[in-house]
Ligand binder design. Structure first.
Ligand code: KE4
Length: 424
């Protein structure tokens, strides 16, 4: 079975032939590929073509594909059963690791996706504060929960409009959408609505506009205003958690949120999300408290065991400095290739995540990101794919390095990128 045939079959039984829209390659053109195998820094598609992989399952794989120890854990645990429906010991093991590694988390609840994590955190914030308004930032993506799948209306700081059919405007209007990296807009919103704001949710480093870094006072101002007005600060660390540092962005920037949403790396590639925070907030979650949230497969033993092995590896090996140095070198070499071709570009990068924007402007918010040459990005994506380099099929995503990207893998990738760029 090859990519072409698989896609024809998929289109018959899956909307758009995919289980998540971005996989259909609509933003970059060309037919989507199906991946059938991954090993360390490489993936193979259904045609047998090999790629150096910088998608890394949207950031979930920080140890590369199929690490031996993780696969062994999965095999051993599977022999004991796949799901029980009552609590298993691995849930406690992984919870203790999250509490140990994430500075602001004293108690945590596991769910099955990043969306469930952010949805539950917003409900908890509304339950704890008794308030309705949610503040999010234009260009940040927090999963497909109605209150967060809201687009900025016209003007600067506006009540949201539904981001998709199916979301009642009554719900969208309870979300305020502000520009990222704009402390003044945040101050204004709190001056006007502060007493009604239940929470502010933010990607402390944005990954879903492409990588956009927070300006120095942006996160501090957010922490100060939420504290002053009694709103909860929610860090959506689904991408940055265990990626920027052991303790994620909150460790890296020294700003502690009230609630943290986690996913991706947390599950090591298995479906896991989580939300956690200070004891007195998390104790409001059922059955200890009165804010309801539940899930049949939450705390699934295989997912918990793989997540625990992943976090133990990160805690004990602490690969972050080495990863950052390798990423810095790669980004520098990549930029040289683009410069030699005379392609104006910006690369926003931190730790082991980065994005190439084809623009001369600094990219500090979603407007800047959207003003980059996305048509050129699409051609760049297709040229890289042809040469055997897989990057995210959208300008507004992050590329990732893993501990499995050795120097020789990065050199090989740079050679392939050089060939691809020469054909642009
Ligand atoms: P999931 O429900 O897709 O597991 O997580 C939602 C989510 C929440 N918060 C952040 C910061 C996220 O990046 C995501 C999901 N990320 C996208 C890609 N950046 C998932 C890719 C997809 O939608 O297929």
């Amino acid at each position: 079975m090859n990519n072409e045939k698989l896609y024809r079959e998929a289109l018959q039984v899956l909307p758009g032939g995919v289980n998540s829209p971005v996989r259909a390659f609509k933003a970059v053109g060309g037919k989507p590929i199906f991946l059938v195998k991954g090993r360390r820094s490489r993936v193979w598609d259904a045609d047998g073509k090999e790629y150096v992989d910088f998608l890394a399952s949207w950031g979930a794989l920080i140890l590369g594909h199929a690490p031996k120890k993780i696969v062994k854990t999965l095999q051993d645990e599977a022999e004991k059963g796949l799901s029980f429906g009552l609590t298993n010991p691995h849930e406690v093991t992984l919870a203790k690791l999250v509490v140990e590694m994430v500075p602001s988390v004293e108690k945590v609840r596991f769910v099955n996706s990043g969306t469930e994590a952010t949805m539950s955190a917003v409900r908890l914030a509304r339950g704890v504060t008794g308030r309705k308004l949610v503040v999010k930032f234009d260009g940040c993506y927090h999963g497909h929960y109605d209150s967060l799948l809201v687009s900025a209306g016209s003007g600067v700081a506006t009540f949201g409009i539904p981001g998709t059919p199916g979301i009642p405007e009554e719900i969208a209007r309870l979300t305020l959408v502000l520009p990222y990296n704009d402390p003044e807009a945040l101050e204004k919103a709190f001056k006007e609505h502060g007493e009604e704001i239940a929470c502010v949710i933010v990607e402390p480093v944005a990954g879903n506009m492409g990588v956009v870094l927070p300006e120095r006072e942006f996160l501090e101002k957010m922490r100060e205003l939420t504290r002053k007005y009694g709103a909860l600060l929610i860090f959506d660390e689904v991408i940055t958690g265990f990626r920027l540092a052991k303790g994620g962005a909150q460790e890296r920037f020294g700003v502690e949120p009230d609630l943290t949403c986690l996913g991706k790396v947390l599950g090591g590639g298995m479906p896991v999300g989580a939300y956690g925070g200070r004891r007195e907030i998390m104790e409001r979650v059922a059955p200890e408290g009165d804010v309801y949230q539940a899930g049949t497969l939450s705390g699934n033993p295989l997912a918990m065991a793989v997540g625990a092995e992943t976090l133990k590896e990160l805690r004990d090996k602490d690969p972050y400095d080495e990863l950052e140095q390798r990423t810095e070198r790669f980004v520098r070499e990549l930029s040289k290739i683009l410069l030699e071709k005379g392609l104006p570009h910006r690369i926003n990068f931190i730790a082991s995540m980065f994005t190439v924007f084809f623009t001369e402007k600094e990219v500090k918010n979603f407007e800047d990101a959207k003003s980059s040459d996305t048509e050129l990005f699409a051609r760049f994506f297709r040229a890289l794919l042809e040469e055997g380099v897989l990057i995210p099929p959208s300008q507004f995503e992050a590329w990732f390095l893993t501990t499995a990207h050795e120097e020789e893998d990065l050199d090989e990738a740079l050679e392939r990128i050089r060939r691809a760029v020469s054909k642009l």
